[in-house]
Design a protein around this ligand. Structure first.
Ligand code: S3P
Length: 177
């Protein structure tokens, strides 16, 4: 079984993915890390050198390759938060994985992305808190429906600990089988 975790940047996909993999004894693949290893350059560099459109193509190809290579086994896959904006990729997640949307409110996202900004070209260069909030709202206005439509299971993660979210995902995916 392949469980994919989708949701906005900063919702905790990677950390929850690791925790879920640990609880289930599944392999865990973070798609951005996989892309960086395969491309031998950072996501930031792909954006800078070739732009978002090319990154989206690379991302969809990577998704297909990872599923072709691991699709028969047990896997937790955490793709980047913008993957669902490519309709082909959203269709692949829906058809080839059990897709879980980690739904976070704006306040959770602002808090996480402000405290752990990481390197996220799509959010701009070190925005102040208000600009960050506006950017999240702007992107979520487009993406919320895509996350909801792509996922088989939706889990609210506000104010929850990662291990508890992982246990909830296990219960929900078992119930959905
Ligand atoms: C992106 C999210 C990032 C990464 C890229 C674009 C997005 O992944 O794929 O910077 O468009 O939401 P995370 O969701 O892991 O931050």
């Amino acid at each position: 079984m392949v469980i994919s975790l989708i949701g906005f940047m900063g919702c905790g996909k990677s950390c929850i993915g690791k925790e879920l993999g640990k609880q289930l004894g599944y392999n865990v693949i973070d798609l951005d890390s996989w892309i960086e290893a395969s491309e031998q350059r950072s996501v930031r560099r792909i954006f800078t050198e070739e732009g978002e459109k090319r990154f989206r193509e690379i991302e969809t190809l990577a998704l297909t390759k990872v599923l072709d290579e691991n699709g028969d086994g047990n896997l937790v896959l955490s793709p980047g938060g913008g993957l669902v904006t490519t309709p082909e990729a959203a269709g692949i997640l829906r058809n080839r994985t059990t897709c879980v949307y980690l739904k976070a409110g704006t306040e959770t996202l602002v808090y996480n992305l402000w405290n752990w900004p990481g390197d996220r070209p799509i959010l701009g260069d070190r925005p102040d808190k208000e600009t960050l909030r506006r950017r999240i709202e702007e992107l979520m206005a487009v993406r919320a429906a895509l996350y909801e439509r792509t996922a088989h299971i939706i889990i609210d993660i506000d104010n929850k600990e990662y291990p508890d979210v992982a246990s909830e995902i296990i219960a929900e995916t078992r119930a959905a089988r």
